[in-house]
Design a protein. Structure first.
Length: 233
């Protein structure tokens, strides 16, 4: 069985078991004592494996409620792995950002035609909300709108790997401090780009929107690097 071969080739028997549950549409995971008998593995080893599975977002463990299988997402694993890399070398955030830019560019033509009229309305509303925040006194940073706008554009892909990377990028964007106040002119520039991107999508001018996206995604390199000493504290 291919699933068995993949997960038992130097990997966790627990992951093979969890994959079997997911394939059968089950969410309840056996208790540690039951798993020990099912997998013929010590409880100490299972506790270690379950902690890894929890960090990866594969299971949720709650006292008195047991272990529950979660819907697959690449996001937690990316958060942990790339977060570690950035804590060692802060400049790796820019490297990860470059990967994200290439992913957005590569999937643009596949993603935007899938958007519905409701999605168009949402994108327009996010631009309007962001501009209202920028015009408020005191100024409010439209970070949530920024995140939602980009993720909404790619939300119809039904690709957990693309979406997981993009979601993790925004988590790390916040963690390293890029959601903190930037120069007002910079913020205006960002949302002018967003406005143009959204209008191009709604008008079906996908090639124009693509070119604006590429220009927009290069802006992050102009930002001052944050104080990474407080990363993930």
């Amino acid at each position: 069985m291919i699933t068995k071969r993949i997960f038992t080739n130097g990997r966790s028997e627990l992951l093979c078991y969890l994959a079997g549950l997911a394939k059968n549409g089950e969410t309840r995971v056996a208790s540690i004592s039951e798993l020990s008998s099912i997998l013929n593995t010590s409880t100490a080893s299972l506790r270690e494996q379950l902690e890894v599975a929890r960090i990866m977002g594969l299971v949720e463990i709650k006292p008195h409620k047991g272990i529950t299988l979660q819907e697959y997402s690449l996001r937690p694993a990316i958060q942990q792995s790339v977060g570690y890399a950035i804590s060692v070398n802060p400049d790796d955030f820019y490297t990860f950002s470059d990967l994200r830019n290439h992913i957005e560019a590569a999937y643009w033509n596949q993603a935007v035609p899938l958007l519905s009229s409701d999605d168009h309305h949402k994108l327009t509303g996010l631009v309007e909300q962001a501009k209202e925040k920028l015009a408020s006194h005191p100024i409010q940073i439209p970070q949530d709108e920024h995140r939602q706008l980009h993720l909404t554009i790619y939300s119809r892909l039904n690709n957990p790997f693309v979406n997981g990377i993009l979601e993790a990028f925004w988590d790390l964007y916040d963690a390293v401090g890029f959601s903190m106040y930037a120069d007002f002119t910079y913020l205006q520039n960002v949302w002018n780009y967003h406005d143009r991107i959204v209008k191009a999508i709604i008008e079906g001018e996908y090639s124009t929107g693509y070119q604006v996206l590429i220009e927009h995604n290069s802006l992050i390199r102009t930002r001052t690097k944050s104080n990474y000493n407080q990363l993930f504290e």
